[in-house]
Design a protein around this ligand. Structure first.
Ligand code: AMP
Length: 209
């Protein structure tokens, strides 16, 4: 299946996309993860992207589109993929449409104050990119990754002021994609409140898989 996950920061997009990718046996392609890897490796792309990411605004379309095109063309994405965090603008959606057909677009929605609580409790593993939450999905040992034992970190852009900017950016630039995909008959809307497994069942139900 070729799927896109849309949703504001804190809705659990990354977590649900990872669970579904595992369930379907297709790669999860997270543009945020690819960009963060470029930033930590100090690549040209990373240097260009860092300022936008730290501020909670979008990296320019041409950079993200080229990067995602390259990733989708890799052999593991031939059988399908889940795009997590792309597209985020109409220009990106048009570029994607000219590259590949899609089976569905899942959009997660939730109250804004809840989004802020969720984002600020998030912890990530800087090494294997596993995701945790201090309240809803804590690691077995505080601040230590269950999978690889690395010390967990708070993402720079999960600070409350940056989260608020990211939500505003989502409303302004990405929310128009909801209508875009509804008009094309691809949209599946899923309420993102509650426990991870509850949301996952709603996702499976919405996709009928
Ligand atoms: P995420 O991990 O998906 O929340 O992405 C983290 C940050 O990476 C975002 O706040 C943006 O600055 C940047 N980013 C990720 N995906 C995109 C995209 N499709 N278009 C533009 N910027 C992006």
């Amino acid at each position: 299946m070729r799927l896109v996950f849309l949703g504001p920061p804190g809705a659990g997009k990354g977590t649900q996309a990872a669970k579904l990718a595992n369930y379907l046996g297709v790669p999860r392609i997270s543009t945020g993860d690819i960009l963060r890897r470029n930033v930590s490796e100090g690549t040209e792309l990373g240097k260009k992207a860092k300022g936008f990411m730290d501020a909670g605004t979008l990296v320019p379309d041409d950079l993200v589109i080229a990067m995602t095109e390259t990733r989708i063309r890799e052999s593991d994405a031939k059988r399908g993929f889940i795009l997590d965090g792309f597209p985020r603008t109409i220009a990106q959606a048009n570029a994607l449409a000219s590259l590949t057909p899609l089976d569905a677009v899942v959009t997660l929605f939730m109250e804004h104050e809840e989004l802020i609580k969720r984002s600020t409790g998030r912890r990530v593993c800087p090494k294997c990119e596993a995701l945790y939450h201090v309240l809803t999905n804590p690691p077995r040992k505080p601040d230590v990754c269950d999978r690889c034992g690395s010390r967990l970190i708070v993402r720079e852009d999960d600070r409350e002021d940056v989260v608020r900017t990211r939500i505003d950016t989502y409303e302004e630039r990405t929310a128009p994609l909801i209508k875009y995909y509804r008009d094309r008959g691809l949209l599946r809307e899923v309420y993102a409140g509650g426990l991870i497994d509850e949301v996952f069942l709603r996702v499976l139900d919405a996709l009928r898989v």
